[in-house]
Design a protein around this ligand. Structure first.
Ligand SMILES: Cc1cc2nc3c(=O)[nH]c(=O)nc-3n(C[C@H](O)[C@H](O)[C@H](O)COP(=O)(O)OP(=O)(O)OC[C@H]3O[C@@H](n4cnc5c(N)ncnc54)[C@H](O)[C@@H]3O)c2cc1C
Length: 608
């Protein structure tokens, strides 16, 4: 079993010192809550990871799920862990108290989710999808749906799923063919096949509540014709008792590369023409409502990326400090030079810095996006609400795509740091890599996120949200242009920001001229340059704060050094990480901008 590692110090810094929760705890919405309570919750989450979730990670991977006679069995220990997870109230962390949740801010829930996901990403698919389904139903469902389903999903008696994908409809949800025929009173007969449904069937809970996108008779083609249905595995009465089977069958589970503890199911609805679903909202509103769930799930996938990046970094760091190999390059002429641990080698330090920057930078970015969501929720002023909502929305595809790729990249570098020991199973890094790869594919592939970013989020409302992001970056760069230790790095951020603005204008011109192919082709590199810029800003913003804190420590303890003062070391390392990213990664933003502006159409013109 590999050791679970988590940097609670950096998590605390990112939430309580950098982002800050005072605007939240002083609002009526989170009345009575405090940072002390949040810290205690995070420590409890860490304990659950160490004692329950992480010990099942490698065994769940090795054992996988089994499918027999239509039934799916999760790996050993998952059922008991789900019960314990639910009893701790963790499923409903960020559900409001009126729906039996803990009522925590999203940003605190996301921090705990990061820990849980690092500990056992396959397991976390079950509660993650359940709460995303429950939150969507809480937001748009009727009081009857609330009362009938939510308490049992939040308390862990029932689980939830998200059923979109069909054999002919993956990225193109408008091609969904499942049908729902009205029976009256909001009830529909549902018929169709869904594939790749995570935890579509399992033995963790007594019932499974599927949220199914389907088409009603006569509905217009494309996504406008989709409606959303709650389809339980077993029908339920008003008191939450499970009644008869609802004609929902699992036809099999997939063999796959990673997240083996999460069954990926083919689901058949209404094979015997006896599957009943309840509509959520109105006919034709399905995709709009499903976006509630998908946006949450997209942020959760970003968390999967940043959680993996953090775990990969800490695992590689521990290995680099213990693995002895070769001697210091400073003594390259001396054959008798003492052997050193590999952390002494400059190339290994460069690789460690990359994983650390990706880990801490994506964590900061994800927390910021979650905090924007909280701020939008508590805002009483319409302008503030729109601003924070817009910022959350524009960041969501970047969080999903950039962080999932950062997670994969961090596992790649961490494996390299381990040498051959990374490629074998012993240290767990190869499992991190296999498990995180899916994050760039599901919940809308990263290409789809990039198109969403460029064609919808950036262009929306005349570029209002894009300009708001630039405004946030500009506020920081103006305030810190002359910073004594970060000034040069801030200049790199300004250059990256300008390249991003230029690329945005440049791509916009193609669309205005009616050429959509070229900007869509460049959407993915565009998302990458946007992500680099945001991570650079996040790391530098953190470093500027950490600089002030380090100065305060030095003023109080003039003889303190990073070697003997852990807080001083922590704060000063923030500066090293931010400067590294600004020097080594931010210049590439201009390079990507140049490629985007090259007008090279080879990929479009080539014959394949
Ligand atoms: C392990 C696992 C778990 C999953 N869990 C769920 C789940 O719980 N619920 C659920 O509904 N689905 C789930 N999925 C399905 C997942 O969301 C889809 O696989 C994903 O959306 C991509 O669809 P696809 O596989 O059909 O690929 P395709 O849509 O065929 O895409 C193939 C390639 O073409 C690109 N592409 C396709 N269309 C476009 C376009 N218009 N513009 C640009 N590029 C395009 C894609 O980016 C991709 O690179 C899961 C999948 C896996 C593997």
């Amino acid at each position: 079993m590999t050791e679970f590692r988590a940097d609670l110090r950096d998590i605390r810094f990112a939430i309580f010192e950098h982002i800050g929760t005072s605007a939240l705890t002083s609002s009526g919405r989170f009345d009575g809550q405090s940072d002390e309570e949040y810290e205690m919750i995070l420590r409890e989450a860490d304990k659950l990871c160490r004692e329950v979730l992480n010990p099942l990670n490698a065994s769940g991977d090795e054992e996988g799920c089994t499918f027999k006679d239509g039934q799916v069995t999760a790996p050993r220990g998952f059922k008991a862990a789900y019960k314990q997870f639910a009893e701790g109230g963790w499923i409903g962390m960020s559900m409001p108290a009126e729906h039996d949740g803990m009522g925590l801010p999203h940003v605190v829930g996301i921090a705990a989710t990061e820990l849980f996901t690092a500990a056992n990403p396959a397991f976390m698919m079950a509660p993650g999808l359940t709460v995303a389904a429950a939150r969507m139903m809480a937001a748009v469902g009727t009081p009857d749906l609330h009362q009938r389903y939510l308490p049992h999903m939040v308390n862990g008696k029932w689980a939830g799923t998200m059923c979109l994908t069909e054999p002919g409809a993956g990225s193109a949800l408008g091609d969904i063919r499942s049908m729902a025929t009205p029976l009256g009173d909001g009830q529909y007969k549902v018929k169709g096949t869904k594939i790749f449904i995570s935890f579509g069937h399992h033995d963790l809970t007594e019932n499974i509540v599927h949220l199914v996108l389907a088409r009603t008779p006569g509905a217009p083609p494309g996504t406008k014709g989709l409606s959303l249905f709650v389809v339980p595995l077993h029908r339920v009465d008003d008191d939450g008792n499970c009644l008869e089977f609802n004609d929902v069958r699992c036809a099999g589970i997939e063999e796959k590369m990673g997240i083996h503890g999460s069954p990926t199911c083919q689901m058949v609805f209404g094979d015997d023409d006896d599957c009943i679903g309840t509509i959520v909202g109105k006919e034709g509103d399905g995709l709009r409502h499903m976006f509630h769930m998908m946006n949450e799930a997209r942020v959760a996938v970003g968390v999967q990326g940043s959680a993996t990046a953090n775990l990969a970094y800490l695992t590689a760091l521990a290995y680099a400090k213990e693995r002895v190999q070769g001697s210091s390059v400073k003594q390259f002429k001396n054959p008798d030079a003492p052997r050193v641990t590999i952390i002494e080698h400059p190339n290994v330090r460069q690789m460690l810095m990359e994983t650390r920057a990706l880990a801490e930078g994506t964590r900061g970015l994800v927390f910021r996006a979650a905090w924007y969501g909280d701020m939008a929720e508590i805002a009483t002023d319409d302008k503030d609400k729109a601003k924070y909502h817009g910022l959350e929305e524009i960041l969501t595809p970047i969080v999903k795509a950039y962080c999932s790729e950062a997670g994969f990249r961090a596992t790649d570098v961490a494996m390299q740091i381990h040498g051959g020991y990374g490629y074998i199973r012993e240290y767990g890094v190869e499992q991190f890599m296999r498990d995180v790869k899916i994050a760039s594919i599901y919940e809308g592939t990263n290409s789809i996120q990039a198109i969403d970013l460029l064609a919808r989020k950036v262009a929306r409302a005349g570029g209002r949200d894009f300009m708001a992001v630039l405004g946030e970056i500009d506020r920081f760069t103006k305030a810190h242009a002359e910073h004594p230790t970060l000034g040069k790095a801030v200049a790199n951020l300004v250059a990256a920001r300008n390249a991003l603005a230029e690329a945005t204008m440049g791509l916009g011109k193609y669309s205005f001229a009616g050429d959509l192919e070229y900007p869509i082709m460049q959407a993915k590199p565009y998302l990458t340059m946007f992500g680099h810029t945001l991570v650079g800003w996040t790391l530098l913003d953190q470093a500027a704060l950490a600089y002030d804190k380090a100065q305060a420590i030095r003023a109080e303890a003039p003889n303190a050094t990073p070697a003997d003062h852990s807080e001083l070391r922590f704060y000063e390392d923030k500066g090293h990480t931010a400067r590294w990213f600004a020097a080594q990664v931010l210049p590439s933003v201009r390079g990507i901008g140049k490629a985007i502006g090259s007008e090279d159409r080879s990929a479009l013109d080539a014959s394949f």
